[in-house]
Design a protein around this ligand. Structure first.
Ligand SMILES: NC(=O)c1ccc[n+]([C@@H]2O[C@H](COP(=O)([O-])OP(=O)(O)OC[C@H]3O[C@@H](n4cnc5c(N)ncnc54)[C@H](OP(=O)(O)O)[C@@H]3O)[C@@H](O)[C@H]2O)c1
Length: 287
């Protein structure tokens, strides 16, 4: 049960499986209230609770529909404190084969849906001059050198960027942003999409085959425990447990793989700055 923080109202997308389903249970176990949403409400398999309401919601439904859903949700307990953009898909494809149409499909859920849900919630958060926007991003935003993950990684990089900018734009309203960057966690569906093979370019035959085989070996072998991950998210949002006494983190990397990937990306960028610094800084107008 809660140690110090007062009960919060959570609004969570993608609660039919994976992180979302576990986050619902973790938040309820702390005494918080949860509006759990999914494309099909019958897929939300969480034990009934007086602190739980379920709502049908597809994050790609478009802003006007989502606004009506968020307005409806805000009436349930008179407030929304935490909006969690968890719903996500991954469409594995080689970038040239998938092209912009696959990229658009990928962004529809992970980026445009995220922004529509957030924007539909913000009037309620702004009205209370408080609240938290959680963005479930990915370490894939930083580990981008994996063939086949381009559309997904790009969508998560965009999600992180949106979160970073939002954190500044929302600070005057005392609304906080948390960008969660998990490594590989053993959830149900995110690795379940079939590799895109509808536009095969023969030059990629070998790479595509190797990539498909590599992807098919991931599911079931991820080291991350999604229950533990969601407990940490609740700790951070509530400022208790593992987060107690720590400053608010804009980022929450989760998993030792996420730790390694983000460190490596940071070091790569710093190395570039060190090696090319004189050139990088040589292009201003002459004074
Ligand atoms: N597991 C990992 O290793 C990992 C790592 C980094 C980041 N993530 C991120 O974590 C989030 C959750 O993924 P997961 O691993 O828990 O996978 P998951 O088990 O596949 O869960 C994804 C959830 O998103 C929902 N969803 C998909 N499209 C939706 C839409 N248009 N509207 C509403 N809900 C939609 C799915 O609902 P349906 O049942 O209706 O399809 C499902 O509930 C995603 O954003 C994912 O990118 C996961």
């Amino acid at each position: 049960m809660a140690e110090e923080a007062s009960p919060k109202v959570w609004f969570i997308t993608g609660c039919s499986s994976g992180f979302g389903r576990r986050l619902v249970s973790s938040a309820l176990a702390r005494g918080d209230r949860v509006i759990a949403t999914a494309r099909k409400v019958e897929d939300i398999k969480v034990a009934p609770s007086p602190n739980l309401r379920v709502l049908q919601l597809d994050v790609t439904a478009g802003f006007e529909i989502l606004k009506a859903k968020l307005d409806e949700a805000a009436k349930i307990w008179g407030q929304i404190d935490v909006v969690v953009n968890n719903a996500g898909v991954g469409y594995p494809a080689l970038l040239e084969e998938g092209g912009s149409s696959l990229l658009e499909k990928q962004f529809r859920t992970n980026v445009f849906g995220l922004l529509d849900v957030t924007n539909a919630a913000l009037p309620h958060l702004r009205a209370s001059k408080s609240g938290t926007v959680v963005i479930v991003g990915s370490r894939s935003a930083y580990r981008t050198e994996i063939p086949g993950l381009g559309p997904y990684s790009a969508s998560k990089a965009a999600a992180h960027t949106i979160g970073e900018t939002l954190s500044v734009e929302l600070a005057p309203f005392s609304i906080k942003v948390l960008i969660v960057a998990p490594g590989a966690f053993r959830t149900e569906g995110i690795y379940g999409q079939t590799f895109f093979t509808s536009n095969p370019i023969p030059a990629y035959d070998d790479l595509r085959e190797i990539t498909i085989q590599r992807f098919s070996s991931v599911a079931g072998s991820q080291k991350g425990d999604p229950d533990k991950a969601m407990e940490v998210v609740v700790d951070v949002v509530r400022g208790e447990g593992k987060a107690k006494g720590r400053p608010w983190p804009l980022y929450l990397a989760l998993g030792d793989d996420a730790d390694a990937n983000i460190r490596q990306r940071s070091m790569n960028l710093l190395k570039h700055m060190d090696q090319w610094g004189d050139v990088i800084k040589s292009v201003n107008f002459d004074e």
